[in-house]
Ligand binder design. Structure first.
Ligand code: SF4
Length: 247
């Protein structure tokens, strides 16, 4: 893993999904095989493989303090193209530093991660008037998780973290995206741990390697997603967990 400390030019960026997004890191230690964020490499000039480099924006907190005074309040997504609680956050505390500013200015926040390190910041999260914390969980099968997300925390740790947050009164959600085989088992683990669930499919562009490896084609994937939609709707409805498909 190549880690570089860099100085960013800006930090509170406009987002199509939320009003703003904050990415305190360029790159992600988890290196998930399906990660759409690898497109970043086109703009940052990294030659290393996705998952083998992280640039740390060491001035992220200072930049946010400067930028926030000039921007109207809006919802902030943390993070769009990296995991805000990848293990480097233990040392650099950039996500925490940004949250400290956002809570002071009353900006609503949506955190999305795969890491239980977010629990470190529960004291701060509890101070927000409007915040939700989501965990990405793509399958209930740990063997499949290891194929697609070899460097990310195990599923069980994510579910335990969701439970701790939810039972402390923090709004939580699960993001099932991209839908992987074994996703139909996730609902059983989410009862009384999330307020809602969002579900999205695989992006074909980034799944091409999987087609080659498993000799799959787009028609087989279409059939899989169609069936998953039926199965997941039934299982979430039965358990009374609010869910929304994004495809
Ligand atoms: S955790 Fe998210 S940002 Fe990081 S590699 Fe996986 S999908 Fe990409």
């Amino acid at each position: 893993m190549i880690v570089r400390e860099i100085k960013a030019k800006s930090i509170l960026s406009k987002s199509k999904i939320s009003d703003y997004t904050i990415n305190a890191y360029v790159g992600c230690e988890y290196g998930c095989t399906y990660c759409y964020a690898r497109f970043m490499k086109r703009f940052t000039g990294h030659r290393e493989k996705w998952g083998e480099f992280v640039d740390v924006k060491i001035n992220a907190v200072r930049l946010l303090q400067r930028e926030i005074n000039k921007k109207r309040a809006g919802r902030v997504w943390i993070s769009g193209v990296c995991d805000p609680y990848q293990s480097l956050e233990k040392k650099y505390k950039l996500t925490r530093g940004c949250l400290e500013i956002l809570v002071r200015y009353g900006f609503p926040v949506r955190i999305q991660t795969k890491s239980p390190l977010v629990l470190r910041d529960m004291d701060l999260i509890e101070k927000f008037e409007e915040i939700e914390v989501g965990f990405t969980i793509t399958t209930a099968d740990e063997n499949i998780r290891k194929i697609f997300e070899p460097n990310a925390p195990p599923i069980e740790e994510r579910i335990e973290a969701l439970e701790k947050l939810h039972s402390s009164g923090i709004k939580t959600f699960a993001m099932i995206a991209p839908l992987l085989p074994g996703a139909e088992g996730i609902a059983a683990y989410l009862e009384r741990k999330v307020d809602h669930v969002l579900i999205d499919r695989q992006n074909y562009h980034y799944a091409d390697w999987a087609y080659r490896k498993y000799h799959l084609n787009h028609a087989m994937y279409e059939k899989f997603f169609k069936q998953m939609k039926i199965d997941l709707s039934e299982t979430f409805r039965k358990r009374g967990i609010p869910y929304k498909f994004l495809f």
